[in-house]
Design a protein around this ligand. Structure first.
Ligand code: SF4
Length: 115
């Protein structure tokens, strides 16, 4: 039987990996081969640590929780259109150089487009 800290870690990994859709509590415990009681304790503990949040959801006539990670998994898609990736000045650019991200209009425009 896996230790509780191992289960906590695996549970958090699974919740992070499912992304924005979240995962139903019961589905997660099935994947972890944990009991629902043990699973509920882990979910409450992860929520208490501020790592996930739970939302009540009616599923097949029963109330349960859907679990969402607070921290999102990093994705290459989030920076795929960053101007620095294809910039001809990339090798010369640095915070203390004559070409600097501090003064770069392209980078500023891109950052503002994210908000
Ligand atoms: S900050 Fe501007 S100049 Fe520097 S690498 Fe990015 S796009 Fe190029």
């Amino acid at each position: 039987m896996p230790r509780r800290n191992d289960l906590e870690h695996k549970a958090l990994q699974l919740i992070v990996n499912v992304g924005d859709d979240g995962v139903l509590q019961a589905e997660l415990w099935r994947k972890l081969d944990a009991s629902s009681r043990e699973g509920s304790r882990i979910a409450i503990k992860l929520e208490g640590k501020g790592l996930i949040h739970r939302e009540r959801e009616l599923f097949k006539g029963r109330w349960t929780y859907r679990l969402y990670a607070k921290r999102k998994q990093a994705s290459i898609n989030s920076i795929i259109d960053c101007p620095c990736l294809m910039c001809p000045n990339d090798s010369r650019c640095g915070p203390w150089n004559s070409v600097s991200p501090n003064e770069c209009e392209k980078l500023t425009e891109w950052l503002l487009s994210l908000t």
